[in-house]
Design a protein around this ligand. Structure first.
Ligand code: ATP
Ligand code: MG
Length: 341
């Protein structure tokens, strides 16, 4: 059972802000006739807390710009966190130097959205796949490295005789297979897949999803899967986390979240999924009014209050804390906390 699986990754109040103030002169503002230095921050991730359990697929959904990729990269220490704690197997990793992070780099891999930009065009497939093995497993002989690469190429459905070709000689789907092979070849435990299928043709998407699911089963992998596509998320996830403007609104097992969403934003998001046959029709869609606020100027209190049809006075003042609904579900909403939603 998922609830009994050990926790692999813990995020506590993770914060990531980007300073886009520019140079000293760009930062100067005149207030009451006096020059003042003002920093401009993009508040991409603001205090996100959740656990990922071993063997599960946790999907992160939310509209464009809500901070999904930033959260993923901060978890992998590709961006330094500005606050909070990230633990992997109960070891704190957010404050590690690049050298101390190396053992975790083998265990935690990433598959990127764009298979055209994420592969070095000057390297052949065999170099792309051999380099991380040689780097992380220096004890392996040349023959062992080649064997491991050939094995992984077969697993991702690529003929090992193509190993001497360059990425531009492959289609998008095949390139994404190479990206997945590059992640798998070092024998990881945890893979962050940031929209791994959204740049691909629909017919190829299913193949890549199946490949990821098969790899999970054979290698007992844990996934943090980022996607816009709620029907894919419903199909592949164990649990789903919903983000809005850098905050985590709700996290719940997939059936529970789709059957009975608690957070008003999750309800609005799910009501927008087109369904065939019986089920909610266009009349039942929840239409959110108001503009999506900018992460440059976060609203006070609950970040969703300006668009929430149920918001009350307290929502405008107080940032909701995550309420633990069960061992595997949490929601950050004052209405749920106080029992009026
Ligand atoms: N390197 C950066 N410098 C400044 N701002 C950034 C940087 N990277 C991301 N941002 C900003 O942080 C916010 C979150 O971006 P992020 O890419 O994490 O969103 P996302 O949820 O992954 O969006 P999408 O679904 O479009 O990929 C956005 O407002 C974005 O403009
Ligand atoms: Mg993104």
């Amino acid at each position: 059972m998922l609830a009994d699986a050990p926790v692999l990754l813990q995020c506590r109040e993770v914060v990531k802000h980007f300073d886009i103030s520019g140079g000293f002169l760009d930062q100067l503002r005149f207030q009451a006739g006096r020059p003042r230095r003002v920093r401009t921050l993009v508040r991409a991730v603001n205090g996100v807390s959740f656990d990922v359990r071993q063997g599960e697929t946790l999907s992160v959904v939310g509209e464009s710009g809500c901070g999904k990729s930033t959260l993923a990269r901060t978890i992998l220490n590709l961006y330094p966190a500005d606050g909070g704690e990230i633990r992997y197997r109960n070891q704190r990793i957010d404050n590690l130097s690049p050298k101390a992070m190396l053992p975790y780099r083998v265990k935690m891999q990433m598959v990127f959205q764009d298979p055209y930009a994420s592969l070095n065009p000057r390297m052949t497939v065999s170099r792309i796949l051999e380099e991380p093995v040689c780097y992380h497993h220096p004890g392996l002989s040349r023959a062992e490295v080649r064997e491991r690469v050939a094995q992984v190429m077969c697993q991702v459905g690529m003929d090992p005789t193509w190993a001497d070709n360059f990425p531009h000689e492959f289609s998008g789907g095949q390139r994404q297979r190479i990206s997945i092979a590059r992640a798998l070849v070092v024998d990881p435990e945890f893979i962050v897949a940031d929209e791994p299928i959204s740049a691909l043709d629909v017919s190829i998407q299913a193949q890549i999803l199946n490949l990821l699911m098969d790899a999970q089963e054979t290698r007992n992998l844990t996934y943090l899967f980022i996607s816009h596509d709620l029907s894919v998320v419903e199909h592949i996830s164990d649990r789903v986390a919903v983000m809005y403007l850098g905050s985590l609104c709700e996290l719940a097992p997939v059936e529970q979240l789709f059957a009975a969403p608690r957070h008003p934003y999750t309800r609005a998001l799910l009501s927008a999924i087109p369904r065939l046959g019986a089920g909610p029709g266009p009349k039942d869609r929840i239409r959110l009014s108001g503009e999506l606020p900018s992460p440059l100027h976060l609203p006070s209190g609950c970040v969703f209050h300006g668009r929430c049809p149920h918001a009350r006075a307290r929502c405008r003042q107080e940032i909701p804390k995550p309420v633990q609904l069960s061992a595997t579900a949490q929601v950050s909403c004052l209405g749920v906390e106080e029992g009026w939603l």
